[in-house]
Design a protein around this ligand. Structure first.
Ligand SMILES: *Cc1c(COP(=O)(O)O)cnc(C)c1O
Length: 234
């Protein structure tokens, strides 16, 4: 459990959601101060996976607009209705994407954070050409080189970003990672900073409820926070 764990209760009211958001944003600001001058101030992606529309709505009412989800099917059910109520929502896909779900993903999301192979990059290019809907993407890096995790190998990441841009014509906005469980994340975040510089991307999506201040201190521009806002997932 992360230091920001607030228990298993969902926020019932807009006021409660506002308090939780303010607490996270305050910690983000302090961490950003420790990092120093940022080209982009860090932004909060509220990770609402597994939570129903009723648990998400207080956060929308409290002003949060950027959300992350890890499943295409779940998002396709939940978000069109919420977008009808709050049209300025920006929805990020932060979970693995299979090529047969690319059509739904491009229709449902505004940013795809998990591009990690050429076949997927090609499928996204084709779908964006077909629909005329151009989505910025992040390249997911398997920063701990873990067998079971998705993401491009760190040693391949810079070349892959280049192929995404030149060969697949994707607008690569940054790199994204999930560091290994149970190890201090700092060294992995530092490796991401180095890869991001070499790949010449403006953004880094790293840091979750348990470690987002560390990620920001090292240079994250997007943090993905779920349980510290919404409560413990079932
Ligand atoms: C679930 C998830 C998060 C949020 O995790 P918390 O620990 O609940 O903040 C962030 N990133 C990804 C990719 C996730 O799947």
């Amino acid at each position: 459990m992360g230091v920001n764990q607030i228990g298993d209760r969902v926020a019932q009211t807009e006021g409660e959601a506002r308090e939780r958001l303010a607490a996270i944003v305050e910690q983000m600001g302090k961490a950003a101060g420790r990092f120093g001058v940022l080209s982009l101030p860090p932004r909060l992606v509220a990770v609402s996976k597994t939570f129903e529309a009723d648990a998400i709505r207080p956060f929308l009412r409290a002003g949060q607009r950027v959300f992350g989800e890890n499943r295409v099917g779940e998002s396709k059910e939940k978000w069109p209705g919420l977008r009808g109520e709050f049209p300025e929502v920006e929805l990020h896909l932060i979970g693995p994407l299979q090529t047969n779900k690319v059509r739904d993903a491009v229709a449902t999301f505004d940013v795809i954070q998990t591009v990690d192979r050429d076949r997927l990059a090609e499928a996204l290019r084709a779908e964006m050409d077909r629909t005329g809907r151009e989505l910025p993407v992040f390249v997911q890096v398997n920063i701990g080189a873990e067998e079971q995790k998705s993401g491009i190998a760190p040693s391949e990441a810079v070349k892959f970003v280049e192929r995404c841009r030149v060969q697949h014509g994707l607008q690569v906005q940054g790199l994204m990672c999930i560091p290994p469980d149970g190890a201090p994340p700092g060294p992995y975040f530092a490796q991401m900073v180095d890869l991001g510089r070499r790949a010449e991307v403006p953004e880094l999506s790293m840091g979750m409820s348990g470690d987002f201040p560390t990620a920001i201190e090292l240079g994250a521009t997007l943090v993905r926070v779920g349980s510290a806002l919404f409560g413990q997932r079932a």
